[in-house]
Design a protein around this ligand. Structure first.
Ligand SMILES: NC(=O)c1ccc[n+]([C@@H]2O[C@H](COP(=O)([O-])OP(=O)(O)OC[C@H]3O[C@@H](n4cnc5c(N)ncnc54)[C@H](OP(=O)(O)O)[C@@H]3O)[C@@H](O)[C@H]2O)c1
Length: 505
């Protein structure tokens, strides 16, 4: 999303797109296919080059072939050979290893020569598609050899992939390292959830329509539910997942992006500074819980063997590279409160898990019940619930649930739904979800990227849960069958407040 809708059509400045970790999964699966879609939509600069960085020597042709194979496999649209060849024809490979500083001096010289021959001026976008442990060493080297210095009017930007830290202390340390070599305006901390149309639409929905704001507060909203359910198990990512868990993997980034867009105050202007300041503000207002509160307001689960569709899923603990006694959660549910004027007393319930019955990502805003049962034989608690649902997956759209009269002479009431689905109104080209984000980096719009303060506020809010769960180990971990709706405690977390998770119709 750009600050000015019309600017969506502008071509970015000439630039070099430098990918660290170019031989990896992300570059093959998402970054190159996204660049291909941008090329097809004529949204890449005319003077453009891709520079792939690997720690080993590799010929340009070998890297091109590998990325072309990846593109054919992962492209979201039919591949036009001419566009693909033009895109990968401008790719060069350079070897540089952050553990060998001399290699970065050589890389700087090679890069400058390439930029001259490709006429990309001096604008550079460095994309860190490496494991997170390499983010700080790479940025230190880039800073040392002067490649991040913005001089002669050129821009130098650094895209940092997720996860950004593994807890509050490590996120602070990484911010500290990055800010030693670059200014905040040069840093683009990516969260690919913000590349999704419906997620961006939350802002438009709230602030471009006069009808929602008057009711978007504690006077009318009973509570908010944020759900990110996945059907897949951990698969081949056992080693990563067993060091991470559902909470770290999903909550401080994806779920908090949704929470901050739903709960933030209206920004004074639609620009990156104002929007990001409001998002940081609301995340900082999430109440920091004591260990006792965190324990009471959370549920964690781990999946046992089960069947989802026609696929058998084995116990999480039998997954390759997972500890046989692992205490790691594959499901997390939290109850949070936001200490500010708008949301005082309105709980936010968050849940996310793997190996569940269905894939679903949604924000459900539950409005307060009608205050008085004026219809005979229809007690308030039997009326259907009023939900406003922002659906993100599997279908992107908005649903409003409300009560209506069943046609006929007697007064009978039933719950109905009004539905808006993106696909019914707009022709949306299939995309990887990275196009908008990469394009925004190239035009210098960081509205959709996380600022240092938001990242730290997010970790601050989840830190008590991380601490209390770590201290308990496997004690208190609930088990749920793969293909179910998750652990029973998750339902109980709401039932004790007289509420329920929304069931999709
Ligand atoms: N894969 C996805 O779908 C996905 C989705 C969202 C976010 N991410 C994030 O994107 C990043 C990359 O993910 P990935 O799956 O592509 O990772 P990956 O395949 O494990 O690694 C990418 C490449 O990084 C290079 N590398 C490894 N260790 C390095 C080091 N110490 N210093 C410099 N380079 C190093 C390696 O290339 P060379 O050996 O050639 O140097 C490797 O091929 C991660 O932060 C991940 O969390 C990935």
């Amino acid at each position: 999303m750009t600050s000015n809708g019309a600017s969506r059509q502008i071509k970015p400045d000439p630039c070099s797109f430098i990918i660290f970790g170019v031989t990896g999964d992300l570059a093959h699966r998402l970054v190159i296919p996204a660049l291909y879609n941008l090329a097809q939509s004529k949204l890449l600069p005319d003077e453009f080059c891709i520079v792939g960085i690997t720690r080993h020597k590799m010929a340009d042709t070998e890297l091109r072939e590998s990325l072309m194979k990846g593109l054919r496999k992962f492209a979201t649209r039919p591949v036009d050979e001419a566009i693909a060849n033009r895109l990968l024809g401008c790719l060069s490979c350079i070897d540089a290893d952050p553990s060998d500083p001399g290699s970065f001096d050589r890389m700087a010289t090679q890069l400058e020569a390439l930029e001259k021959s490709r006429k990309t001026a001096g604008n550079r976008l460095f994309y860190m598609a490496t494991p997170p442990s390499a983010f700080a060493p790479i940025s230190q080297q880039l800073g040392r050899v002067g490649l991040l210095r913005e001089d002669n009017g050129y821009w130098r930007r650094l895209v940092i992939e997720k996860p950004f830290g593994t807890d509050l202390a490590s996120a602070r340390a990484l911010n500290h390292e990055l800010l030693k070599v670059a200014d905040e305006h040069q840093l683009y901390r990516i969260d690919h959830y913000l590349g999704k149309e419906t997620v961006q639409n939350i802002l438009v929905l709230r602030f471009a329509n006069g009808m929602f704001e008057p009711i978007w507060n504690r006077n009318h909203i009973d509570h908010v539910q944020i759900t990110v359910d996945e059907k897949l198990g951990v698969g081949h990512r056992g080693s990563f997942y067993d060091a991470t868990g559902a909470l770290r993997d999903m909550v401080p980034n994806h779920l908090f992006q949704l929470l901050s867009l739903v709960a933030m105050e209206p920004p004074a202007r639609f620009d990156a500074h104002a929007v990001r300041s409001e998002k940081a503000e609301v995340l900082a207002a999430i109440q920091t819980q004591s260990e006792e509160e965190a324990l009471r307001n959370s549920v964690r689960g781990q999946y046992l063997a089960g069947r989802i569709g026609d696929t058998d899923i084995e116990d999480y603990r039998k997954t390759k590279d997972v500890r046989p006694e692992s205490p790691i959660e594959t499901y997390a549910a939290l109850k949070l409160t936001i200490d500010n004027w708008r949301w005082a007393g309105v709980p936010f319930y968050l849940r996310t898990g793997k190996a569940l019955a269905a894939k679903r990502t949604e924000v459900a805003i539950k409005f307060k019940q009608a205050p008085f049962a004026m219809f005979r034989d229809t007690p308030v608690d039997r009326l259907s619930q009023n939900y406003f649902v922002i659906g993100i997956e599997p279908a992107e759209g908005i649903t409003l649930q409300f009560n209506t009269k069943v046609p006929g002479p007697a007064i009978a009431i039933d719950g109905v739904e009004m539905k808006f689905l993106y696909k019914d109104y707009f022709k949306v080209e299939p995309s990887t979800g990275y196009e908008t984000l990469i394009y925004d980096c190239m035009i210098g719009d960081n509205i959709l990227f996380q600022r240092a303060d938001s990242v730290e506020a997010g970790w601050q809010a989840v830190q008590p849960f991380l601490d209390v769960w770590k201290n308990l180990g496997a004690e208190g971990l609930e088990y749920y069958q793969a293909g179910s709706d998750g652990p029973e405690g998750s339902a109980a977390l709401l039932i004790r407040d007289g509420r329920n998770w929304r069931k999709p119709s």
